[in-house]
Design a protein around this ligand. Structure first.
Ligand code: FMN
Length: 313
């Protein structure tokens, strides 16, 4: 017998038919009159994370929201990650109440400052000074021809036809694929990312569960006494040299590896081995090398580490 009950899946299942842990972000955009709007969002996740020429987030929102309509017009937004404290979350819930922008924005409690992407573009919204990080984004309006949607067509929702992934996706729904133009980070957390994190260097973040009833928005505060704990990932199993030799001999006709070179790869997880070997071959070809020894692997590793460091700056 199953230890679970089969729960009916209804609209907004992530908050009505389940307990789904979510981040809380406040999205700033520019209204048609040039003023600032901020709406609160949780359905906002990484979308393109690697292997594309740009990185992107996905935002799911109501198409009648100010945020959606501003994004359709300006294509720009800033995703402000708010730190966890009661007052800040209260302000996020206030900014999450549907209605005209001017009404809620006149009592805004957040301090704002200029972002860093395209400083002269008036459509680039300011960012929340107390955010621990901010993603400055541009909507990928060209994907799925989503630039055809017009704010003027939204009244009581949008009459359609709808897109599947990007733009207006249902009568009241919208999805936005948002290219990440810049990640702004507070210095303390910047240092942690660049120099290595420890249990004291994580920003306090709220985890929210959405609206569970018609009166409350539920969330768990960051545990103040219990810091984040590190759970070690399994130690990579050493692969025997023969199987690495088998793969290395098939990577390229002209570039070969010595056993000493291959010993460097015994801890590389199997799914990444071919990529690592291909990387070495590419380097060898660029440098007219036909035999990769331990010495060449060290040079390649140093070069990769230097590139990684440069990317972090
Ligand atoms: C913490 C929090 C998270 C929310 N997440 C979402 C969300 O992911 N998508 C959505 O459509 N509405 C979400 N809402 C409701 C929106 O904030 C609400 O529709 C609001 O009117 C949006 O503001 P805007 O019209 O200024 O964009 C959330 C509200 C709160 C308080």
């Amino acid at each position: 017998m199953s230890s679970f009950k089969d729960l009916r899946i209804v609209d907004n299942f992530y908050q009505t038919s389940s307990f789904f842990p979510m981040p809380t972000v406040c999205i700033s955009t520019i209204n048609p009159d040039g003023s600032l709007n901020i709406g609160s969002y949780s359905l906002c996740f990484p979308y393109y994370i690697a292997g594309k020429n740009r990185y992107a987030m996905l935002l799911e929102c109501r198409n009648t929201s100010n945020t959606c309509q501003n994004l359709l017009r300006t294509h720009k937004c800033a995703i402000n990650f708010i730190p966890d404290d009661r007052k800040t979350f209260r302000e996020a819930v206030r900014l999450g109440f549907p209605g005209p922008s001017a009404e809620k924005m006149k009592d805004l409690k957040f301090e704002m400052e200029k972002g860093q992407a395209d400083p002269d573009d008036p459509q680039r919204p300011p960012v929340i000074s107390s955010a621990y990080q901010v993603f400055e984004c541009t909507w990928a309006a060209e994907l799925e021809g989503a630039d055809r949607f017009r704010v003027e067509d939204i009244d009581d929702g949008h009459p359609g036809p709808y897109n599947d992934f990007n733009g207006i996706t249902s009568k009241y729904g919208a999805h936005f694929i948002l290219y990440v133009d810049k990640i702004l980070m507070k210095e303390k957390y910047y240092d942690a990312i660049v120099n290595g994190v420890n249990k004291n260097s994580f920003p306090p973040v709220p985890v929210d569960y959405g609206y569970r009833d018609s009166t409350n928005f539920w969330y768990t505060p960051f545990p103040r006494l219990r810091k984040p704990v590190a759970e070690p990932i399994p130690a990579p199993k050493e692969v025997d040299l023969a199987s690495i030799r088998f793969a290395a001999d098939r990577v390229d006709d002209t570039v070969k590896f010595t056993d000493d070179a291959l010993k460097n790869f015994v801890k590389v997880p199997r799914p990444f081995l071919k990529t690592v070997l291909n990387g070495c071959v590419a380097w060898a070809k660029e440098n007219d090398v036909t035999l990769i020894t331990d010495k060449e692997v060290k040079i390649i590793n140093d070069k990769r580490n230097a590139e990684k460091q440069a990317r972090r700056k």
